[in-house]
Design a protein around this ligand. Structure first.
Ligand SMILES: [Zn+2]
Length: 712
């Protein structure tokens, strides 16, 4: 849906002249760029003493703010020497292939904070340092490890437009100092480590042979700005939004002249066709910039995440340098006279995962991205880290698997393993109903219910495993009876609550032997939630570990990696709760489950369609087919139970609707109506639904599914 919004947006923008070369230049000027006033409040930052101190201690440059008197300067230099050695090591880490989070837009943030669009944004470093500092702070709090100085347009050519040609050094020194101080303050307060990248934008002029400016003049302008940024104490240089490779090469050469001690990152901006604005392909751009000595290359701004991703994929094939991806939030759309970016934080999170997989090392945002986007990207990177750790652990265990590799078998394809497996593999819309086993041993009602549902065309029955830790008849027994007596496929819910791994293995082998085909791997509710709170909780493993065990059995190996004589051939499903408050954790666990071998997922009952949609967007990068849980509410009290006891998200509107029902029958009817609406709402988003039959009201499930006997 978001991709649609982005491409619609791009299509709309294409039809306007604002997307021409010149238009884009204007666009960048507006969003990226940089008049002078009131330097008194900043006198300390850019005082001659301060500058001298910086210049003298240039093994890296230090903290800002308090460098004034002679004695003070001496102390700071001493400190800087020590800090400098540590910092060099830390900066090397940035270029060692680690995954690094950069910040988002500066220009659009300043604009949204009320800075008039026609102003010189770089001048704010002197006139309104607090405004700039606030933006840096927000990005650092969102988790950015590298922040860019507010100096995108602080070069001689761009400042000339504002009559500020002679302010290059002043604005860059001040910009560097603000960023430096903000980073140091965060380090003291939170112990978090971050780096300052001196932002150097394109010069905003055309170079020879197309334009009048010579390559040497361009290089001199870059060098002037870079020298000031280095003097101001930045940790590295970042030349960005470059439109021609000729210009980008001059930026690299200028950095080597003006600040040889600093690493230089170069980012090109591209057209919708993925080429640089001078027509150079990303491959050629990356090759040329690598050859000329850039320390990292990449792509920023452009027309949004999708195109930047494709550029990263192409650059990765031709260079070993760290790659940097900082797309803008798509092209802006004018809504009631305001420029609105339609790319959501979730979409940037999804971009992050894809970009890292495509080989990007540094990710961040450009025009239109905000601290909320960067925060979402932080979450995505954490989830990726967790996955990498899990994969590394799996690799460490790999030698054991190698020894017995001759016994390892491949399970049949999903579609050949069960009826449900076939439907899912073929992309058919799956309908399942959940039937809870009885508390006694007579399951005739449940079997009759399953027979009725089968008659109406329900494809499978889900059977929970003593839900809410209240002991019920074995669901394995009920599954077997349903399959054998009714002839309907079942999905066995299997929890880790009350079985150690030995009994798990034994049960699962038994299930395979008797012909059960579908396993839903669950952690299970702890006994303290149920009728027997003193019962021992086992939890040798959780749902992720259980998924790995089932996956192992499917590969013909038991927990000890001993052969079991073939594949158990289970379909492996897992649960997810899109309505849980800590959604980051849920998404992370989901990614683990997929890595462990989950093939499809069944959600907890959904009462809030938006939450399901958000969840689906978050799992975009590692999505497996999703079957949505639908629960027909029976009463207002039932809705309260869902919210308070099961901790599901139930919107207020549903309480109002259930509360308005005048009788028991009216409440049941309203519950069914809500469930049907939910099913229709989510139908296009998921690959099936699992409807519950609360209190064995089997026909309620049929009604929600809109099934009729004739159709079946
Ligand atoms: Zn941009």
């Amino acid at each position: 849906m978001l991709e649609q919004a982005v491409s619609d947006n791009a299509a709309a923008a294409k039809s306007t002249p604002a997307k021409s070369w010149a238009g884009r230049l204007l666009f960048f000027n507006v969003n990226h760029s940089s008049s002078v006033r009131n330097r008194s409040e900043n006198a300390a930052i850019i005082s001659p003493e301060y500058s001298k101190a910086k210049g003298a201690s240039r093994d890296r440059g230090g903290m800002g703010g308090c460098a004034r008197g002679e004695s003070m300067r001496y102390t700071i230099e001493d400190q800087n020497r020590e800090v400098g050695v540590k910092m060099t090591v830390a900066i090397d880490r940035l270029f060692s292939g680690s995954t690094i989070l950069c910040d988002g837009a500066m220009g659009t943030m300043l604009y949204s904070n009320g800075v008039f669009i026609n102003r010189c944004y770089d001048e704010l470093n002197v006139s309104q340092p607090e405004t700039v500092r606030a933006v840096h702070q927000e990005y650092l709090q969102a988790g950015a490890e590298v922040i860019e100085t507010n100096t995108f347009g602080a070069n001689a050519f761009r400042l000339e437009h504002f009559g500020l040609r002679d302010k290059v050094r002043e604005f860059n020194l001040a910009g560097a100092a603000i960023a430096r101080q903000t980073v140091e303050a965060m380090r003291e307060k939170q112990g978090s480590e971050a780096f300052v990248a001196g932002a150097v934008g394109s010069l905003g002029v055309r170079l020879e042979p197309v334009g009048k400016v010579t390559l040497a003049e361009a290089r001199a302008a870059f060098a002037e700005q870079m020298a000031a940024l280095a003097e101001g104490g930045v940790d590295l240089l970042m030349a960005e939004t470059l439109m021609s490779v000729d210009e980008a090469e001059q930026a690299v050469l200028a950095a080597k002249e003006a600040a040889p001690q600093l690493k230089i990152v170069v980012m090109m901006t591209v057209n919708e066709d993925g080429n640089c604005l001078d027509g150079t392909t990303p491959e050629d751009a990356a090759k040329r910039l690598t050859a000329i000595g850039a320390d990292a290359v990449g792509c920023n701004c452009s027309s949004g995440p999708t195109i930047v991703l494709s550029v990263i994929e192409r650059m990765r094939k031709v260079t070993k340098l760290p790659l940097v991806a900082m797309p803008n939030a798509g092209l802006p759309t004018s809504v009631e006279g305001r420029h609105i970016y339609l790319t959501s934080p979730e979409y940037m999170a999804s971009f992050t995962r894809k970009a890292v997989r495509a080989g990007a090392n540094w990710v961040g945002g450009c025009c239109g991205t905000t601290p909320a986007h960067i925060r979402a990207m932080r979450g995505a990177l954490r989830a990726l880290d967790a996955q990498v750790t899990a994969e590394a652990t799996a690799k460490e265990a790999a030698p054991v698997i190698e020894i017995v590799s001759e016994h390892r078998v491949e399970p049949k394809p999903l579609r050949e393993r069960s009826g449900i497996g076939r439907m899912i593999a073929d992309g058919e819309f799956v309908t399942m109903v959940e039937i809870v086993p009885p508390k006694g041993f007579d399951c005739s009602k449940e079997l009759a219910g399953a027979a009725l549902l089968k008659k109406y065309g329900v494809r499978a029955i889900n059977i929970p495993d003593s839900p809410r830790a209240s002991a019920r008849m074995s669901n394995q027994s009920l599954c077997v009876q349903m399959e054998q007596k009714v002839g309907i496929e079942t999905i066995l819910h299997y929890t880790c609550r009350d079985r150690n791994i030995l009994s798990m293995q034994s049960d699962l082998l038994g299930a395979a032997s008797i012909g059960l085909k579908n396993i839903l791997c669950l952690t299970g509710d702890p006994p303290k939630m149920g009728n027997y709170p003193n019962a021992t909780a086992v939890f040798d493993v959780d749902a992720i570990g259980l998924t790995k065990i089932v996956q192992g059995l499917n590969h013909g190996l038991d927990i000890g990696k001993n052969p079991i004589g073939g594949s158990t051939g289970f379909t492996i499903s897992v649960a997810a709760n899109p309505g849980v408050p800590d959604i980051d954790n849920e998404v992370r666990r989901f990614e683990y489950k997929v890595a462990a071998g989950a093939e499809f997922c069944i959600t907890q009952p959904v009462f809030d369609q938006r939450l399901l949609e958000q969840f689906l967007r978050r799992i975009e990068g590692f999505r497996i087919p999703v079957i949505a849980g639908i629960w027909p509410l029976t009463s207002l009290r039932n809705a309260e139970f869902m919210k308070n006891d099961l901790k599901l998200s139930v919107p207020d509107e549903i309480f109002t609707r259930m509360g308005a029902a005048a009788s028991k029958e009216a409440a049941l009817a309203e519950g069914l109506k809500i469930a049907r609406e939910m099913l229709e709402g989510v139908r296009s988003e998921v690959q099936g639904v699992q409807v519950s039959a609360p209190f064995n009201k089997f026909l309620a499930a049929v009604e929600v599914l809109g099934l009729s006997e004739e159709a079946a």
